[in-house]
Write a protein that binds this ligand. Sequence first.
Ligand code: ADP
Ligand code: ZN
Ligand code: ZN
Length: 754
Amino acid sequence: MTNNRFADIILPLAVKGRFTYRIPENIKEEVKPGVMVTVQFGGRKLYSGIVCSVHDKSPDIKNVKPVINVLSGTPLINESQLKLWLWISEYYLCSEGEVMKAAMPNEISLNNFKPRLETFIKLSGKFSEDELNEFLDKLKKAPRQQEILSAYIRLTGYATGTEILTVSKSLLLSESHSSAGILDVLVDKGILTSISQPVSRIPETDSYKEPIKQLSEAQSVAFESIKSQFREKDIVLLHGVTSSGKTEIYIHLIEEQLKKGKQVLYMLPEIALTTQIILRLKRHFGEVTGVYHSRFSDPEKVEIWKRVAENDPLNSYRLILGVRSSLFLPFSNLGLIIVDEEHDGSYKQHDPAPRYHARDSAIMLATMHNAKTILGSASPSVESYNNAVNGKYGLTELKERFGLIKLPSIVLANTREAYRKKLMVSHFTPELLQAMDDALGKEEQIILFQNRRGFSPYIECSECGWIPVCIQCAVNLTYHKGIGKLVCHYCGYTTSMPSKCGNCHSTGMVTRGFGTEKIEDEIKIVFPAARVARMDQDTTRNKNSFNKLIRAFEEQRIDILIGTQMISKGLDFENLTVVGILNADNLLNYPDFRAHERSFQLMEQVSGRAGRRQKQGKVVIQTSDPANKIIRLVLRHDYVSMFRMQSEERMTFNYPPFCRMVKISIKHKDRTQLNYYSDILGRYLKEIFGKRVLGPESPVISQVQLWYIKTILIKIEREKPPAKAKQLIIEAIDRLGKEKGASALKIAVDVDPY
Ligand code: ADP
Ligand code: ZN
Ligand code: ZN
């Protein structure tokens, strides 16, 4: 009698657990860990799932359903990927299926991976030069056909006895200013032949190879310090001021790993940043360098995925530059992970699950590969610096800028005083205007930072104070002048600009506050001769818009670039000398225990864009509160004092890194029902965790897309392993789920909310 075989399978569902299916005899050989299979789940729905193990333990249910078929001959997911999925699901309290959804490009395209084909043209035979001249002669009456043939000869350099080379059809047509119809005639005559060949979907950037730069003395010391700490520690924090040349140090570390035949993952928080760094990396490492982010289409992602998985020395990517999801690529042999700008909040995924932190997950991934991790930042997160100070991580500090250029000088511009003295020109202080004027006079470039997009954050009736709000969310609508509409930044709801007040019908609607769009408008009035551009979510919707804007700024076709946090990080521009921070107040006043840390990091970072090459840059910070203690620290670039101050505060009030936090958000479409159920959950949790439970309370935005929201925060002691506490939290939520009517709730758990 043959034993029954079973497969445990991960399905792309929010349901916890793996699902067991019977393996029919005829596909027994093919079903193995990592392959994708089709199975039926629930009613009649078919799903593609990933096999994680194969065994002969019959599950405790009757009628175990069979695996229907195998979609991929070879495993798509390797063992360490499966381990990472499991870790993320356990740590961040979600299902492996949710991790699978975030981790894989569209399942279907992973299976039919069809290469992209392009048409190429070649000579039909090894014609001699005499024969070719005869063809050309005969074509005298058809000059456009003649032109195609001569363009082919020109492009390939064909002569008697040389190899027959192919030319892409589109290049040949553009070179000969000809059309496909005319080319077809030459093909029909048997002179040229047309063939289809697979080509990469990933555009190759032209890059000349360049030797790696020699490190300065300070950089060499840092480089050696990192390597010697790696002998004892797996993680090193590189705290280096902006433009100290951290990237160059990474490049040296990467080179060593590639030489050893290892793979390297280089993570960045923002797609905009990949544009510049990819060029720097390709210049040194050439074709083994690939980039990965969410702007790629599924077929493009699949190609990158395969080029990471395969072991072809000519075609595989061994150095990947990517944003947080690059963590999920099929690495088999990682030697090093670099998490640049490690403090950045974009590393944390908020919605949907898995709500993972890519920095912390990267550390886990590195452990699974026995690889090292380097965290880099000019202003590390309090968490990471604390780990370094405690000796859990190694610490390397780089305190000078490359070329010994001074850190930018910072000027505070007091907006309250300037308004009072009527010195403001629109939203600009005399200090900022002066600095800009100086820079423009010297043909230097400027960045203006404002962390709000759109024209104005809200509009208001000047008679009665009525403010239009979203019909689905508890937020004011932002006015976007370019499209002439009011937009909700939470749900995307859009409506036309009202001509009258919705309350008193007066016609006096006025715009309040300012976003990047307004700054752009007004700067054009103040500096009519300057070339101005804007970089924010609204101007970078197209795939290549980042690249275009960054290139235009690099090539100095833009004098003033206005932007949101997108322009604040990591970018390196030669001729940029002045940075203006238009409103520091709205950064500092955000109600979150990390607001001060974040505003320090943001200001330090955006300042760091100024004066990176030849001379010291200048930063003007506009604020109504120049005595603010965080601003005073930014003024002195004093990270360590900021760290000490924040640590003390967090120790006193018990916040991370001195405790762990789990945030539960509960949503219901009815406010009363929400209050009722969230109170119950609060009670259940307090029975277990007592005073460690805060809330339920209403968050700042208490309704989004018609769902009312309440949050509960649980603080868990750092000293104890968190698994038990997390288990109890899940049990409390499950207990709430058994209450009558609780199925109308949406509950999300966020571990280490960020
Ligand atoms: P960071 O990553 O710390 O902000 P970068 O690595 O971008 O700093 O370095 C800042 C600038 O200085 C870059 O333009 C970089 O090319 C240049 N640079 C850094 N180190 C060297 C070096 N050793 N030799 C030549 N140029 C360097
Ligand atoms: Zn009104
Ligand atoms: Zn809305």
